[in-house]
Design a protein around this ligand. Structure first.
Ligand SMILES: *Cc1c(COP(=O)(O)O)cnc(C)c1O
Length: 390
């Protein structure tokens, strides 16, 4: 990808791979093949020992559909290399098992599966994990001094769209010899490229914006050769490789990533502004609003403010539930980043397992609704919200 890095993101998302199909197809087809043949043992060893690029065995990732996808994935985050996975959680698991064995500190809110892995499962393997909230950042120095070697966070977070300063975290972590990994799922590389601010590793649930159509489950990890190299064996032996058909579908999706995300951004901004004026909405959480607390930081490290926003319905939990149930275009479903708009009430879905006190501690009220703004006509989406709030 290095020779192509002069191209802009929209170009890289389409021409990101150098592999060429033998028949001239501009797009690498699905190689369902599990194993690839060589002309000689010398040729086989060249690929196995990494002297020459090539295909070998699909679970290793050495498959043309997967290799082409990974070149594009690296290009869109401005990374030296990328690994594709069968899900976002597979990418997170490989990350923590490779780089988190001497302890992980997770800052702020994170995806439910990630929190469960960190809080409950990794400690069963003897891995020390520390979950600190955004107002406990003063604990970070002591944890790093104690030998924690991986700092992990999402920015923006779910569902309050809290932001963390990537450059500041990287400076602090690097001073102690620790790595910084950012889950960039909510922003997408169109809006934020954490590696440019000093992060070492980026992970994605490609199930969301990268896939963009709610029709595939996949994960991705991007970073330098030094940080991603050791992840390879873990992915290989955990068996968490992306399927070739999914890799091809994800490559197809990446070709429209830039235009999709720009439209998600524009529509979310318009909806956020409409909701701030609505008498039945008490608060709007969206980094693109000038009076949002983290707006200045958003402008510093984001190119766009994303398609996710949260509104707080004036009233109680039941009022917000009624609004969610009355929406017609916003489907009541978890997940995000697809062409269709979705709504969730965090206290009944993503944060249902927490006690009310824990939700309050995290700034999540029961009357919040999280919106994933899709690609429908924004006027129709605003009309839908207005009829539901009425
Ligand atoms: C969905 C999601 C994940 C998990 O991804 P899967 O593809 O469902 O495994 C991780 N992080 C964030 C921020 C997510 O939204």
């Amino acid at each position: 990808m290095t020779e192509d890095s002069r191209y802009r993101l929209a170009t890289r998302s389409i021409h990101g791979h150098r592999l060429r199909d033998a028949h001239g197809s501009p797009h690498i087809p699905v190689y369902d093949t599990t194993t690839f043949a060589f002309a000689s043992t010398a040729d086989l060893l060249d690929v196995v020992d990494g002297r020459k690029p090539g295909s070998f065995y699909t679970r290793y990732g050495l498959n043309p559909s997967i290799l082409a996808l990974e070149e594009t994935l690296a290009g869109i985050e401005g990374a030296e290399m990328a690994w594709a996975f069968c899900s976002g959680m597979a990418a997170e698991t490989a990350l923590f098992l490779t780089h988190g064995r001497e302890g992980v500190v997770c800052i702020g809110d994170a995806y439910g599966g990630t929190l469960e892995l960190l809080a409950q499962q990794l400690p069963l393997l003897g891995i020390k994990t520390h979950l600190i909230l955004g107002d406990e950042l003063d604990r970070l120095d002591a944890l790093l001094a104690d030998g924690i070697r991986l700092v992990f966070f999402e920015t923006p977070t779910n569902p309050t769209l809290a932001l963390f300063d990537i450059r500041a975290m990287a400076t602090k972590a690097h001073a102690h010899g620790a790595l910084v990994a950012v889950d960039n799922t909510f922003a997408s590389p169109v809006n934020q490229r954490p590696l440019e601010f000093g992060a070492d590793i980026v992970v994605h649930s490609a199930t969301k914006y990268l896939g963009g159509h709610s029709d595939l489950t996949a994960g991705a990890m991007m970073g330098s050769k030094a940080s991603l190299g050791p992840v390879w064996s873990w992915r290989k032996n955990l068996g968490s490789m992306i399927a070739p058909a999914t890799a091809s579908l994800l490559s197809r999706s990446l070709r429209t990533l830039v235009v999709r995300v720009r439209q998600h951004n524009a529509a979310a901004q318009q909806i956020a502004e409409a909701m701030t004026r609505h008498p039945k909405v008490s608060r709007v959480f969206y980094p693109g609003l000038a009076d949002f607390p983290a707006h200045a930081l958003a402008k510093k490290q984001m190119h766009g403010f994303g398609g996710m926003l949260t509104i707080e319905v004036a009233g109680r939990r039941e009022d917000a539930t009624r609004v969610a149930d009355r929406l017609k275009l916003f489907a009541l479903a978890p997940s995000l980043g697809g062409a269709e708009s979705l709504v969730t009430q965090p206290c009944t879905t993503t944060h249902h397992e927490l006690t009310p006190a824990e939700r309050t501690r995290r700034g999540i009220s029961d009357s919040m609704l999280r919106l994933s703004v899709g690609l429908e006509a924004v006027e129709d989406l605003i009309d839908d919200l207005e009829q539901a709030l009425r």
